[in-house]
Design a protein around this ligand. Structure first.
Ligand code: SER
Length: 604
């Protein structure tokens, strides 16, 4: 028996989800980047992350969000790009992924348990045509009471099987070092096919009632206004709706690997390929580049693991082949397929950038790996120390060693490897500091800070972007905008300015548009040196006059000083043309004292 919804593809599910909540008073908010603004988290792991300040009351949702009729609302809906590194070792089984899409509806002090559960029930049973196997609710413990209210609501909706679990299963959050958290209720569903195969129902939807704030010291405080945060993995939902045995048979994966994978690759490795292809494409699109630290290190491991698997599949064995002779056209095909499958919904996926980054890493890896394989042959056992050496000198990552070194690596575990890794990072950081006289910086003007050449390039782009930002802010918000401070690292620019109220989402968009327009015009960036009084006369902006010497440099963006679009007292340095800046995005806007706002911006 084919059920009506079995042919619903993933894009139709996305659209239905957004439309369902839009119809019910929610604003559709685009996914935020995989790189979060919160420095205590490496990657975005959940839809609620971009909404943290609304849950805590730092920002007022009514100032930012409008429903379909144009009225302010406390409710939002999103499809969030998410990434969980904690599952990296599990990828290859039937359900674990690194990258996934999370459907979520949120309320910041609007509706609470009753509506949230009713919406969940209606969407699953009516819109998706599924029946709910069972639900779970929080059973309570010494600190937090049982969630009797949710239980009652489910009962009224006719759900019979209501199970109760503790903190481990039915309590969520926070992301990062501190934040909103609370008891959850979860919906479990199965597909007819899975059921016939004796497979258990899967948790599709996690509905969190954010009632608490967990502080850094782990203490829970009651939030002033409770909120709703829900998350449903698109892949799992598609699996049950499309009546497939695993997520890998849904269109989300089938469409990116119809026949490109080598036939002698086993099913676990094929799944690793599919997962990693999506993950790599999305990380690169959000500006991550392979490196040995943070997000870059995650990307590097994924790319290299894909290459190693392909190599083995093509050559029969990982240790006998010559990687130099190999082309990785099949991986490129997978990556390109991922971009075309997802590119319609996620606009920043660009084939050219992705291939460029992949090929560069590919080259680096090839150069190192043959020696690595030779080295691996010489050792009898790969312990953490040995593994780190193979990684550092030859690019063999932990995953590659685990996958390919066989018995030699059987005692190697991630914890030991990670602590070895951490030790070396500390040592190299200490070494850098010594070299730069305790600074670890090659550029430090007070305002600009860069530790190496790569960072320096980024800092210059952000510095020019900051000038464009100030001028754009003045155009959108008016002349009362004046600089109050600025701080630029390779990660982001931070710009403080005088302005009496919150900047709205629309205004932020407008500012971004103007900056990106000026970048597109590829204007020259130059400076002239002038006596301070004259510099003032040409209309150049300054932070505070006393800060500057009698003769000042005026940096201007445009062909001539007279016609320049932006002019500022500034010591430099900058990029040569605005085109070098790349794409500018405002990642955060907040208050830092009365009448002073702070904007953080990034370039991609
Ligand atoms: N934050 C919860 C989760 O990630 C619900 O969205 O599961």
């Amino acid at each position: 028996m084919i059920r009506a919804h079995e042919h619903m593809n993933s894009q139709a599910i996305r659209q239905k989800f957004l439309a369902f909540f839009k119809e019910r008073g929610h604003t559709i908010v685009p996914s935020s980047s995989l790189i979060p603004d919160d420095p205590s988290v490496l990657l975005t792991t959940a839809g609620m992350q971009q909404f943290k300040p609304y849950f805590t009351g730092e920002l007022d949702p009514m100032e930012y969000f409008k429903d379909k009729d144009g009225n302010p609302t406390r409710n939002t809906v999103s499809i969030q790009k998410s990434f969980r590194t904690s599952d990296i070792d599990e990828v290859g089984d039937e359900s674990h992924l690194t990258f996934f899409e999370m459907l979520g509806n949120f309320s910041f002090g609007g509706y609470f348990k009753e509506k949230a559960i009713e919406y969940g029930h209606e969407f699953i049973t009516k819109e998706m045509g599924l029946s709910i196997d069972y639900v779970s609710v929080f059973e309570g413990d010494s600190e937090i009471p049982a969630d009797a209210e949710s239980e009652k609501i489910w009962k009224l909706l006719g759900v019979k099987d209501i199970r109760k679990f503790g903190r481990k299963d039915n309590f969520w959050g926070p992301t990062g070092a501190e934040g909103p958290c609370g008891p959850t209720t979860e919906i479990y569903v199965n597909s007819a096919l899975r059921q016939a195969q004796g497979k258990p129902p899967v948790e599709v939807w996690n509905i969190v009632f954010n009632e608490y704030y967990q502080r850094k010291d782990k203490k829970l405080e009651k939030l002033k206004t409770p909120g709703v945060d829900t998350g449903m993995g698109l892949e799992r939902l598609a699996m049950v709706v499309q009546n497939k045995p695993t997520i890998f048979e849904t269109d989300l994966f089938v469409d990116i690997a119809p026949d490109g994978l080598p036939t002698n690759m086993d099913v676990r490795f094929k799944r690793i390929m599919l997962d990693h292809a999506r993950a790599v494409a999305f990380l690169i699109a959000d500006g991550v580049r392979p490196s040995n630290k943070d997000q870059g290190y995650i990307l590097r491991r994924l790319v290299r693991r894909m290459m190693a698997h392909f190599h083995r599949a093509a050559r029969g064995s990982f240790s006998t082949g010559d990687v130099l002779g190999m082309d990785f056209i099949d991986i490129e095909r997978l990556l390109v397929a991922a971009v075309s499958k997802y590119g319609d919904f996620y606009e920043n996926l660009k084939k050219e950038t992705m291939l460029l980054v992949f090929r560069e890493e590919n080259e680096r890896f090839r150069r190192a790996i043959n020696n690595g394989v030779r080295e691996l042959k010489k050792v009898d056992e790969v312990d953490a120390k040995q593994a780190f050496k193979l990684f550092e000198s030859y690019g063999l990552t932990y995953e590659i060693l685990k996958d390919f070194a066989g018995d030699k690596a059987k005692n190697l575990n991630r914890q030991d490897f990670d602590s070895e890794f951490a030790k070396h990072q500390e040592i190299s950081r200490a070494g850098q500091e010594k070299k730069f006289g305790g600074h670890g910086l090659i550029l430090d003007t007070g305002e600009l800070k860069a530790g190496n050449e790569e960072e320096l390039k980024k800092v210059l782009r952000l510095h020019t972007a900051t000038h464009l930002l100030q001028q754009a802010l003045r155009e959108v918000l008016g002349k009362e905008v004046g600089q109050r401070g600025s701080d630029i690292t390779a990660e982001r620019t931070r710009f403080d300015f005088s302005f009496p109220r919150k900047v709205t989402l629309e205004e932020i968009k407008k500012v971004e548009e103007i900056v990106n327009q000026k970048i597109k015009e590829d204007l020259p960036v130059n400076f002239v040196e002038l006596p301070k009084a004259e510099a003032e006369k040409v209309g150049a902006l300054y932070f505070f006059k006393e800060k500057y010497p009698e003769k000042v440099k005026v940096y201007f963006v445009g062909k001539t000083l007279e016609t320049a679009w932006s002019k500022e007292f500034c010591g430099g340095p900058h990029v040569k043309r605005t085109g070098e800046v790349g794409k500018f995005r405002i990642s955060k806007e907040e208050a830092v004292g009365s009448g002073v706002r702070r904007i953080r911006g990034v370039v991609e």
